[in-house]
Design a protein around this ligand. Sequence first.
Ligand code: ASP
Length: 348
Amino acid sequence: MKQKQRNSRVLLIFTGGTISMTEDIHTHALVPLSYERMLQLVPEINKLDVAISTLPFTPFIDSSDVEPLFWTKLATAIYDNYAEYDGFVVLHGTDTMAYSASALSFMLGNLAKPVVFTGSQIPIGMMRSDARENLLTAIEIAAAYDEHGRALIPEVTIFFEDSLMRGNRTTKKNSEQFAAFRSYNYPRLAQAGVDIKYNTHLTLKPEAEKPLELFTKTDSNIAVLRLFPGMSQSIVNAILNIKGLRAVVLETYGSGNAPSHKWLHDALKQANAKNIILLSKTQCPVGRVAMGRYQASLNLLDAGVIAGSDITTEAAVTKLMYLIGHYGDDVATIKQRLTQPIRGEMTV
Ligand code: ASP
């Protein structure tokens, strides 16, 4: 695919994380840098044929402190600046980056421009940091348009090491290696080597004439329940009876299986009858929930559990937050939308 940089305008949004840090020479503790200092540490940025503007979210945060309100702020910043820029790069901590990228994918409807999240495993101010490569390549991707003026990757993505992945398909899989993220169930959207090779046939296809839509309402009354052998009835019941609980992401075995205990079946059935939404996703990073394949998932089917196909936990949680935030008590619509991809987050 022929790319044209056409002096794109990219907005760099700084939010914090390891990428924005350096080591204090006296205490050896990691301390945050200003965004101006960060940019000075990557002078090559000025050589890119891209007009870069900056938007620091201060104070910088460790991404462990990310909350839905932060996603609202981020999505609103992109929405407010959408007409001014061709692409957006979000510098973010790695720990919850997959949640943030998933959340943003749901919050931004009809997105026709690139929103690329990146960060680093080693602070930008330290030797051998991966920040420089990640940042420069993320900017290039955010600025990449074809000869018809269409963004090559009009989606919310994560770029890390050499891979560009759909954000809501991605999981942090390694806390030590530079390849920190992986999209297990969807091929990468681009690979950076000597050149950046774009797989444009794999991207979402926005209707360019439709305006960007912003959806920022969320509901966090969600639990994640990971099944394990020996799981106690009282704990499961306690979770399913939490006051105000709206939905549970059930992390099931293999292709969506669960123990056949009658008490579990009854508890899930009762929860479903109380309009608590039950979404099954597999504990296996690769593969999908296919309920009914084994006897061990028939009870779940009967209890009204919805199959989440190959959705990640990060996408399942944020999709539920978004759907419940927007459809409220319309449980039938929420359940229907859970069976279909909204932003390419699952395979049907
Ligand atoms: N704790 C850091 C964060 O997520 C880790 C990182 O950025 O790699 O903000």
